[in-house]
Design a protein. Structure first.
Length: 463
């Protein structure tokens, strides 16, 4: 069968359910080919799912992941061959014409298996192949729903979206956990967060949000840390207290859960998971109280520490689920020495801040709190940490010099909330193309090896 030039309208696979008897054109990837004597079956995959195609020897020439264009007649399947796992399981396409748009080389592993039987490093080495696995790609459909729900909630509550720069003149929170960048004849940095800019925007729009990439030069290779991550950042002005910020974060997270449950029910079923259990009022526990609860339950003493360690986060979530029937819990009042210098101190106890974390299923998802909005107080704190206020004048301090309302905000880690809703073992599974100490698309060790091999080859040629 030769290549036929087609000018028909393309239909998506799931549109064919109501088109029995009609001649249609479809396009997609070959998901599988099955030969039964002179009859050949192929499953064609497009963005809506799979479609079974029936034909002869022309289908036998196809291999997995070929990109094809087909015309055919939509027929109803015999009832005994219905496939309830496919939306198109009651129909099939009788092939009339075939056009191969692109061929595929051999795949590194079988992407059709529900659970890819490969290690995470191999999965990431061949990321463009592993993402074609339905269960892997579904992770990012659910992640897209999280982003969609986030934006919907923000707009519905009078927040304005803005785009924050990621090249900055100074480190947001101070310290050494930043990536320096050669910027013409100057030294600048990749942003640790859009913190400065979202605070500045409060002085313009009152309520703002952004999805921003952030970079942390932390020498960490845990299952929950990334060098580059995506933050869903929120900031709001004219607050009466830090609780306004916490309650907004709580309501937002529950809205995300509701949207995911409604619009990603098939994915949740496929992974055999549910969104986290919540209560009308999410538990709020001061850090010192949480540490005492952990001590009482386990006799492990982390009282007086400036934060919860990973084991402590898991234990306080167990407590919240057992005692409060909630899989999320707010931890508040972190020590002043633990939080950034722009965090508002508790007027009743200057050693603590009006700040919080949201811990979900044993992992920190959100950090937030009330910010200092007084110019002179910010300048004093910058000096206390040994920095020069002049380095923060433009653009940050300038906004406070010209009047800033009481304000606060928070950030949700997109990859972490995706990881923990879906019950994934590693945050890299919830990241399209992870960046960490060992990888920037390729394993960094392979780049080093290639350079060494090149040097060795050059030395041999020079001898």
């Amino acid at each position: 069968m030769g290549i036929v030039k087609l000018t028909m309208k393309r239909y998506l696979n799931n549109q064919l359910v109501e088109m029995v008897g009609e001649k249609v054109m479809v396009k997609g990837w070959v998901n599988s080919v099955r030969k039964h004597g002179s009859v050949v079956f192929a499953d064609i995959r497009d963005r809506t799912g799979l479609l079974q195609v029936v034909g002869g020897k022309e289908l036998a020439t196809l291999s997995n992941e070929y990109v094809v264009e087909m015309t055919g007649k939509v027929n109803k399947r015999n009832e005994k061959y219905y496939n309830s796992d496919m939306e198109t399981g009651k129909i099939e396409l009788e092939l009339l014409n075939l056009n191969i748009l692109s061929k595929s080389r051999d795949l590194p592993f079988d992407i059709r298996k529900p659970d890819l039987d490969v290690s995470l490093p191999i999965m990431l080495d061949y990321r463009n192949a592993s993402l074609r696995n339905k269960k892997v790609s579904d992770i990012f459909i659910l992640q897209a729903e999280i982003v969609k729900a986030f934006r919907e909630y923000m707009w519905a509550n009078s927040f304005t979206e803005f785009q924050a720069p990621t090249i900055v003149a100074t480190a947001t929170e101070g310290g050494s956990q930043v990536f320096p960048v050669e910027y013409f004849d100057h030294k600048v940095y990749l942003s640790q967060s859009p913190q400065f800019y979202k605070q500045i925007m409060v002085s313009i729009y009152e309520r703002v949000f952004t999805l921003a990439h952030a970079y942390r030069a932390e020498p960490s290779m845990t299952t929950r840390h990334l060098t580059e991550y995506t933050g869903m950042d929120v900031e709001m002005g004219f607050i009466d207290s830090w609780m306004d910020v916490l309650l907004m974060a709580d309501d937002l997270v529950k809205h995300i859960f509701k949207s995911v449950s409604k619009n990603c029910s098939k994915i949740l079923k496929e992974y055999d998971i549910d969104v986290p259990k919540t209560t009308k009022t999410t538990p709020i526990v001061k850090l010192s109280e949480a540490q005492q609860i952990i001590f009482d339950r386990t006799k492990r003493d982390i009282r007086g520490e400036p934060d919860l360690d990973p084991e402590g986060e898991r234990e306080i979530c167990k407590w919240a689920e057992e005692e409060k029937q909630s899989e999320i819990v707010f931890i508040s009042h972190f020590p002043t020495k633990k939080r950034p210098w722009y965090t508002y101190q508790d007027p009743e106890n200057k050693q603590e801040t009006l700040s919080f974390d949201l811990i979900g299923r044993g992992v920190e998802w959100i950090t937030g709190g009330q910010r200092i909005h007084d110019y002179d107080e910010l300048v004093t704190n910058i000096k206390k940490m040994g920095a020069n206020p002049d380095d923060f004048e433009i653009p940050y301090l300038q906004a406070f010099k010209y009047g800033m309302p009481p304000e606060g905000g928070f950030c949700i880690g997109l990859e972490r909330i995706t990881q923990n809703i879906m019950g994934l073992e590693n945050v890299r599974q919830a990241t399209l193309y992870p960046r960490d100490m060992e990888r920037v698309d390729v394993r960094l060790s392979t780049i080093s090896q290639a350079k060494n091999d090149k040097k060795s080859k050059k030395k041999k040629l020079n001898k």
